[in-house]
Design a protein around this ligand. Structure first.
Ligand SMILES: Cc1cc2nc3c(=O)[nH]c(=O)nc-3n(C[C@H](O)[C@H](O)[C@H](O)COP(=O)(O)OP(=O)(O)OC[C@H]3O[C@@H](n4cnc5c(N)ncnc54)[C@H](O)[C@@H]3O)c2cc1C
Length: 321
């Protein structure tokens, strides 16, 4: 069996969800030979370091200087055909899912997105995948000549790969005009403090209980003290208090911090879908019946406008003492 895994790079380094996808690809049955594809506008952006794959192919094209999902998909399809790949894997990120969805459309095959487990034996492929924002695990049998799947972020631990670095080659993919037309032409940076929500080890989040845009001041203060990212619920983004990039949940960012501090958030299913990867949850809520308390490891019942500044003050006092 030959598997091809699509790797995303951030600042020239393979990102964590892609490493997780490669790790799952390398664990597929029958000692799968795993090739990786990276899309870059220069061969100099080939990934360096040990990876859990046998070989890396860098698809080099000027279109890959920005995000061009259909073009990447065409490159993936071209290489998969050349390798005779019977399995194509990508990270279950927004972009990974988009690229693999294009691959599926180009090949007219089904895509099993957001898989947490995959078992392949002979021609039989069974997947367990996350549905409905994480509230349902679906077990499915995929009936297709080429298995297309994405790996739910944090479903498996990334293993960087032991031993030798994989061989790296480059190729120039043949891309259609339609694919080249679909690309990011401008980026507007988010006005966040620099800690990425998806990768943060600590996230301090506010909900409707924060009361207003200004009500986030103590949440931001605590986040700064903890070198944490600030998150929020959809009630907050709908109210325009914070940008959508801060939203945690089914239709926001999925997070997996060491601790998630949820302030004034009720714990709706759609919110919990985004934070159930958190190792610990501290809920600060005025209502001891709030649903989030069922998922919380720690809770403080009280007004967040008193509790959060008190935590910040205690941290400052402990550090200065
Ligand atoms: C298709 C769909 C997708 C969705 N996607 C998302 C998503 O991605 N993310 C998301 O978050 N939601 C999502 N939602 C919305 C979700 O259902 C909830 O409406 C939302 O999460 C509620 O936000 P909240 O907890 O901030 O507000 P509320 O449910 O209103 O809860 C506010 C909480 O604050 C507490 N509180 C109030 N004042 C204080 C205070 N002074 N101190 C302490 N606690 C206080 C209250 O006791 C309450 O528990 C989605 C909904 C749908 C239908």
């Amino acid at each position: 069996m030959t598997a091809l895994v699509y790797l995303e790079q951030t600042d020239g380094a393979v990102d964590e969800p892609s490493l997780q996808a490669a790790t799952m690809a390398s664990s597929l049955g029958g000692g799968a030979e795993v090739h990786a594809i990276v899309a870059a506008d220069t061969a100099a952006l080939a990934p360096a370091g040990p990876l859990p794959v046998d070989a890396v192919q860098v698809a080099v094209h000027e279109a890959f200087g920005s995000y061009a999902p259909l073009a990447v998909a065409e490159a993936v399809v071209e290489l998969a055909g050349r390798l005779g790949a019977t399995c194509v894997v990508g990270p279950g990120t927004e972009r990974g899912n988009e690229v693999l969805a294009h691959v599926a459309a180009l090949l007219d095959l089904p895509l099993a997105a957001n898989c947490v487990a995959v078992a392949v034996a002979d021609a039989d492929a069974r997947v367990t995948r996350v549905r409905w924002g994480g509230s349902l695990l679906e077990e499915a049998r995929v009936d297709a000549p080429t298995l297309l799947l994405t790996v739910q972020p944090h479903a498996v631990a990334a293993e960087p790969g032991a031993g030798d670095w994989p061989s790296v080659e480059t190729f120039t993919p043949t891309l259609s005009d339609a694919a080249l037309a679909l690309r990011v032409v401008e980026r507007v940076g988010a006005a966040t403090g620099g800690v990425s929500l998806a990768d943060a080890r600590v996230v301090v989040s506010g909900g409707r209980g924060a009361g207003s845009e200004e009500g986030f001041a103590p949440i931001e203060e605590l986040a700064e003290l903890l070198e944490a990212a600030v998150g929020c619920s959809r009630a907050v983004t709908m109210a325009g208090w914070r940008p959508h990039t801060d939203q945690v949940g089914q239709t926001g960012t999925k997070i997996a911090p060491e601790i998630y501090i949820a302030c004034g958030i009720s714990g709706a299913t759609q919110h919990m879908a985004g934070c159930k990867g958190a190792k610990r949850i501290l809920a600060i809520n005025a209502d001891r019946e709030a649903p989030i308390l069922q998922s919380a490891d720690y809770a403080v019942i009280g007004d967040l406008h008193e509790v959060v500044p008190a935590i910040s003050a205690a941290i400052r006092a402990a550090r200065s003492g």
